[in-house]
Design a protein around this ligand. Sequence first.
Ligand code: 5AD
Ligand code: SF4
Length: 434
Amino acid sequence: MPKLYIETYGCQMNVNDTEVVFAILGAHGYQRTENIEEADVIMANTCSIRDNAEQRIHGRIAWFDTFRKKRPGVVVGILGCMAERLKDALLESGKVDLVAGPDAYRSLPDLLEAVSEGHPQMNVELSREETYGDISPVRTDKNGVSAFISIMRGCNNVCSYCVVPYTRGAERSRDPRTIVKEACDCVAAGYKEVTLLGQNVDSYRYGETGFAQLLAMVAGISPKLRVRFSTSHPKDISDEVIDTMAAWPNICHQIHLPVQSGNDRILEKMRRRYTREWYLERVARIRAAMPDCGISTDAIVGFCSETEDEFRDTLSIFEEVGYDSAFMFAYSERPGTLAARNYPDDVPQDVKVRRLNELIELQNRLSLESNRRDLGHEFEVLVEGPSKRDAGELCGRTGQGKMCVWPDAVHRPGDYVRVRVLDCTSATLRCELV
Ligand code: 5AD
Ligand code: SF4
């Protein structure tokens, strides 16, 4: 049986896509390996979101090429967003035998067969229908506790900085029956938590079923199953979704709500289609329904023409919301996007880096403050496994998504435990069992 090795980059959606690829190729006799040395087929499932993500993967392709040279017959394939964006340019490098975009994975067995006959292959066709809804992903997580379930693919928002609508195509939602079936399969296999994934889960719609209904359907499978989701769009997150979260004890109180910028002129230029005021109203609505809700965000600094004062508005909205955690990035121009076509990338690199460091420093303080507010409080935590630092300790997350560690020689991954917070850093809550 040929052995298949896949490295995954980028978002959680890509992690799940890799699991779909293992399922498709597994059905054609390919066996998964985590050891690149023994692989007959080496693949990278790639990300194009920022230039540095792509640069890293170019480095990996050069490394894969050394295996191709050492062992003739080894096939190198590029999947995902970079495959979709760079297309033939990847084949022309001479280091890649196969290029397949995010909607082309069902054709991988055929493409691999043609490659084995000595012809490089490419399929980067995007689809309006493909959701891989009927495919049961081969789970690749280590602990068997938490699984990703894609509920939709693509994106129709076209934020001006973002490459995703070009690499993942138009938005389409998956049949809720296949989603519920997949979640039931996870429960039967011992999973205790599912994360529903989409670029913009709030615009999920399949016939009569919107995202709030879907959440309730999945939460109704078992009270012992934790339900999370990502990503919400501030312009679309509805009262109905917020109230559904509040109503079901097993839907985790955690929302990832990317703000991108705190300044209205920049938000408009980013084509986010909400204002600072609208965003803050959504946060207030979330907190009114769920005072304990964890809120995290993404932000970009140094977007085209961003002034110092406009950047200060991003600092101040971070301060005002008091995020529990955040992913922060320097703007990276992506070829073909609205911003790349219409606005010069004119904030100097050193200014971007300085603003980014300032924002990260602020968020470190906010994360620490958020964690300090939990000192002395009790939480229900789902055990994920041993902590990274100390084998005598376990780790797991609160419903709000905060990482806890505590000494424990008794419990197993997948157990629910109650802990009390004794101490914290900006990243972790140190706890004891209660
Ligand atoms: N440059 C920098 N960051 C970006 N993101 C998306 N596109 C870009 C870009 N061109 C960030 C956004 C998004 C997250 C996944 O990546 O903050 O929410
Ligand atoms: Fe990267 Fe975005 Fe593609 Fe995910 S959807 S792999 S984050 S470019």
